[in-house]
Design a protein. Structure first.
Length: 346
């Protein structure tokens, strides 16, 4: 892909998301969502491989279906109320349709099965974009609509997503699929936070994006596509692999690291609102995720292969390390003492 086309696609992707974040008109938001989808499709299929073509087709079908549902709900609402304002109150049917569409775009369970397959069919960099930047536009619509949506439904979807994201990630061996189920689980926590406190959900989203960016950059640098690659990557860069292990433990939400911060605050809010059963189930839902994160961390730095690997000798190749890794790694591991400051300013 030529640099000019690449720049146009990235600018289009960025602009469409920013337009959604600043618009209050349904048609403008829908057009921006379509522009966002059309911009990411060539990026997904830039490597000439049948799996990328399959991933692009799946992504196109899912995103256009969700956008069509959003257009249907907004048209129904405009016909009933005479207003295209996103903040306008909705009829129950339009609310249900819009909830389905946004959950499909965010890959919230039970509409999550397309997400791991698409991430598995793309490159690490594209998977990073889909896991972080592409979440911003649907979440913006959720921020605007959260007062009109059913809180019980959103909390139930959040719990379901956290549970299924942990359970289904247990038997995976591909790192991209593991990160996909990790994203599904984190989106469940994020939806729960959005029902409780919008500023807390902003902090959760920022933390999630920092942790996911660090993890994908580390996997890209060490060329680790499977758990077998993780077990044999220690010769590539011991410091990078140690950072990867700390990032995995932060994603799991272990206390000394940054990932513990949003989970602690979300559970505190749930307990404050007397939702003890939900908070207990959410805390238990993080245990399966902790299991596969710990397994990845164990394979990364706590084991040495008993024999030589049958893959390429990674120590022969000097892969340039991304300058973003040190910054994002610091944010991923050492931000927990700043919790009071971050919680009050987001």
């Amino acid at each position: 892909m030529s640099p000019l086309i690449w720049i146009v696609l990235i600018m289009s992707l960025t602009t469409s998301t920013i337009i959604i974040m600043t618009s209050h008109h349904w048609l403008l938001a829908w057009m921006s969502l379509e522009l966002n989808t059309m911009s990411i499709l060539p990026i997904i299929m830039r490597s000439n491989h049948p799996r990328t073509t399959e991933a692009t087709t799946k992504y196109f079908l899912i995103q256009t279906t969700a956008a069509a549902l959003i257009l249907l709900a907004s048209t129904m609402n405009a016909r009933q109320t005479g207003s295209w304002d996103i903040m306008q109150s909705f009829s129950p049917l339009a609310t249900t349709i819009i909830t389905m569409a946004i959950m499909m775009k965010l890959a919230i369970a039970p509409a999550h099965l397309w997400y791991p397959e698409i991430l598995q069919g793309t490159t690490m960099t594209t998977a990073l974009i889909i896991s972080t930047w592409q979440k911003i536009a649907p979440l913006t619509l959720l921020y605007l609509l959260i007062n009109h949506l059913s809180t019980n439904t959103m909390l139930l979807l959040g719990l379901t997503s956290a549970l299924l994201g942990g359970w289904t990630g247990l038997n995976q061996t591909q790192t991209r699929k593991i990160m996909a189920f990790s994203s599904i689980s984190h989106m469940g926590w994020l939806i729960t936070a959005l029902c409780l406190n919008p500023s807390l959900s902003t902090l959760t989203m920022i933390t999630y994006m920092a942790m996911t960016t660090t993890m994908f950059l580390s996997l890209t640098t060490s060329s680790s596509k499977t758990l077998l690659d993780l077990g044999t990557s220690w010769t590539h860069s011991p410091i990078l692999l140690t950072t990867t292990m700390l990032t995995l433990l932060s994603l799991a939400g272990l206390p000394p690291l940054t990932g513990f911060m949003p989970k602690l605050l979300i559970l505190k809010e749930l307990v404050t609102m007397k939702l003890l059963a939900l908070s207990t189930m959410l805390a238990l839902a993080s245990l399966p995720s902790l299991a596969f994160y710990t397994r990845m961390a164990y394979l990364t730095t706590l084991t040495t292969p008993p024999n030589t690997t049958n893959s390429e000798y990674k120590w022969r190749f000097k892969t340039p390390m991304s300058p973003l890794i040190p910054t994002t790694a610091l944010l991923t591991t050492l931000t927990l003492p700043m919790t009071p400051l971050l919680y009050l300013t987001t």
